[in-house]
Design a protein around this ligand. Structure first.
Ligand SMILES: Cc1ncc(COP(=O)(O)O)c(C=O)c1O
Length: 428
C-alpha cells in the first residue's frame, strides 16, 4: 500500500519548520533519531498530567495507575515484536541493553553480585573465560562492539569477527572457521546503520546454536523500519532503542529468552529489583524486575507504547515498502552524481534505508555543512561504526537515512544538494 505521506507528515509538526534562512526542513537523519508524532507526545503528556507516580512503588491510586501504564507498555512492545511480556526488559537505550547482557555474563563468570539467585545456578553456563570466544562483525555499531571488547578484557575471552565485504555486507566466507566449539556469544547487527546491509542473521544464528553459542541481535535499525518477530530471527537476545522508532529518548528494549534471563545475574542493582535485603546480603526478583533497578522511565514507556500503536496503524510492511522505494530512488539519484560513491549495496535487496556515501574531494563535514545550509539534515562522521569505515577504506562518510515521513522529492533534493556542494568546492 502506498503511504499517505502528507497525512503522516501532518502528525509531525517539527517537519513543517523552515530552517537556515527559510528552507523547508528536510530531515534525513532518522537513523540517528526519529521525530515523534503528536500521538506519542500526547500520550506522554497525558501520563504526566493525570497519572504521574513511581511505578511498582506507591500503594496509592496514582501508583497503581503508573504501574498499570508501565506494564501495559511492556505488553504492547512485546506484541509489537511477537514476544512474551515477561521477556521484555526496559533499558535506557540499545547501548544499555548490550551492556546489560555483557555485564551480566561477566557477573556470571565472577559469581555476580553476591547472593543473587543466579549464584551456582545455570548462570554458570553463561560464564565465559580465557578459552572462550565472542564473535561479532566488522559492521557493528560501537554499541554492539565495545561492550563485547570490554567483556573480553574482563574475562580473558578472545574477540573475533566476520569481516566486511567491499560493498559493506557481512562476509560469511569463513563461517566454518569463525564459529566453532569455543564460540560462546555471537553478536550481530540486524541492519547496518551505515551500509543498510541486512545480514542473514537466521543463518548465522543456526551456525551459532549448532555449537551451543548464544546469539545477540542488535535490532536498533531493524525494529523501527520493518516487521520483526523475534522468533523468526533465531536470536536469544535482541535489543533496540525507542527513540529511533518515534518514541521518546530514555527508553530502550532488551528481549531475551526466558530461560536465559532467568539464569542471569543482574547488571545494575538497587531498589525495585530485590526480593529480600539484609545487611549481610540480598536476593533478587525474577526477570524482568531483576534487570530494572530504580524508578523506571514510565512516561517514556507509555510514549513507546503509543509509538507502537502509531506504527501498527500505518503498518510495518507499508513502512518497509515506502523506505525501500526511497532507498532505491536514493541509490539511483546518488550513483548518477559523478564523484559520489555509495558505501553499501547498490540494490535494495537485503538492504535497509541507510545510505552512506563519500563525495570525491569534499570532506563529509563540508558536504554536511552545505546540505545543512539548504535545510537538509544528514549525519556526517563515522556514525559510531569506525572499524567498518576503515574496512571500506574511508575515514568518514555522509549518511542519509529515511523513515515513513520522507518523500521522493526530499531524496531528489539530497542529490541536488550534493551537486551544490561539489560546485561550491569546485569539484569534480
Ligand atoms: C545499529 C545500531 N546499534 C545501536 C545503536 C545505539 O543506539 P542508542 O544510541 O540509542 O543506544 C545505534 C544508534 O545509532 C545503531 O544504529
Amino acid at each position: 500500500m502506498t503511504l499517505d505521506v502528507a497525512a503522516i507528515r501532518a502528525d509531525f509538526p517539527i517537519l513543517s519548520r523552515q530552517v537556515r534562512g527559510g528552507n523547508p526542513l528536510i530531515y534525513l537523519d532518522s537513523g540517528a533519531t526519529a521525530h515523534k508524532p503528536l500521538a506519542v507526545l500526547d500520550a506522554e503528556r497525558e501520563f504526566y498530567l493525570r497519572h504521574n507516580a513511581a511505578a511498582h512503588r506507591g500503594a496509592h491510586l496514582l501508583g497503581e495507575e503508573a504501574t498499570d501504564a508501565y506494564e501495559h507498555a511492556r505488553s504492547r512492545i512485546a506484541a509489537f515484536i511477537g514476544a512474551d511480556p515477561g521477556e521484555i526488559i526496559f533499558t535506557r537505550n540499545a547501548t544499555e541493553a548490550a551492556n546489560l547482557i555483557a555485564y551480566s555474563v561477566s557477573n556470571a563468570a565472577t559469581g555476580g553480585p553476591a547472593g543473587g539467585p543466579a549464584a551456582g545456578t545455570p548462570a554458570a553456563g553463561l560464564a565465559i573465560g580465557p578459552d572462550d570466544e565472542v564473535l561479532v562483525t566488522e559492521l557493528e555499531h560501537h554499541a554492539n562492539l565495545v561492550p563485547w571488547q570490554q567483556l573480553c578484557q574482563r574475562t580473558g575471552a578472545r574477540l573475533r569477527w566476520f569481516p566486511a565485504t567491499p560493498d559493506g555486507r557481512v562476509d560469511l566466507t569463513d563461517i566454518g572457521d569463525l564459529v566453532g566449539e569455543r564460540t560462546r556469544i555471537v553478536a550481530v547487527t540486524h541492519q547496518s546503520n551505515v551500509t543498510g546491509a541486512i545480514p542473514p542473521v537466521a543463518r548465522i544464528a543456526a551456525a551459532a546454536h549448532a555449537v551451543g553459542a548464544i546469539v545477540v541481535v542488535d535490532a536498533a535499525q531493524s525494529v523501527p523500519h520493518h516487521p520483526v518477530a523475534v522468533a523468526d530471527t533465531g536470536a536469544d537476545f535482541l535489543f533496540f532503542s525507542g527513540h529511533k522508532m518515534l518514541a521518546p529518548t530514555g527508553i530502550g528494549v532488551l528481549w531475551g529468552r526466558s530461560e536465559l534471563l532467568g539464569a542471569m545475574p543482574p547488571f545494575i542493582t538497587g531498589g525495585s529489583m530485590i526480593e529480600v535485603v539484609r545487611m549481610e546480603g540480598s536476593t533478587f526478583l525474577p526477570p524482568p524486575q531483576r534487570f530494572e533497578a530504580g524508578v523506571p522511565a514510565v512516561a517514556q514507556a507509555v510514549g513507546l507504547a503509543a509509538a507502537c500503536d502509531y506504527l501498527d496503524a500505518v503498518g510495518m510492511e507499508n513502512v518497509a515498502e515506502h523506505e525501500r522505494m526511497l532507498t532505491g530512488r536514493a541509490i539511483e539519484a546518488l550513483t548518477a552524481v559523478p564523484g559520489v560513491r555509495i558505501l553499501g549495496p547498490l540494490t535494495t535487496e537485503d538492504r535497509g534505508g541507510a545510505v552512506a556515501f563519500e563525495v570525491d574531494q569534499v570532506h563529509p563535514h563540508d558536504v554536511g555543512q552545505v546540505l545543512d545550509e539548504l535545510g537538509i539534515a544528514v549525519r556526517t562522521g563515522h556514525h559510531c561504526a569506525w572499524p567498518l569505515h576503515r574496512a571500506l577504506g574511508v575515514q568518514a562518510s555522509t549518511r542519509a537515512s529515511f523513515y515513513l515521513y520522507n518523500t521522493p522529492d526530499e531524496v531528489d533534493a539530497l542529490a541536488d544538494g550534493i551537486r551544490t556542494a561539489q560546485k561550491f568546492f569546485g569539484t569534480p
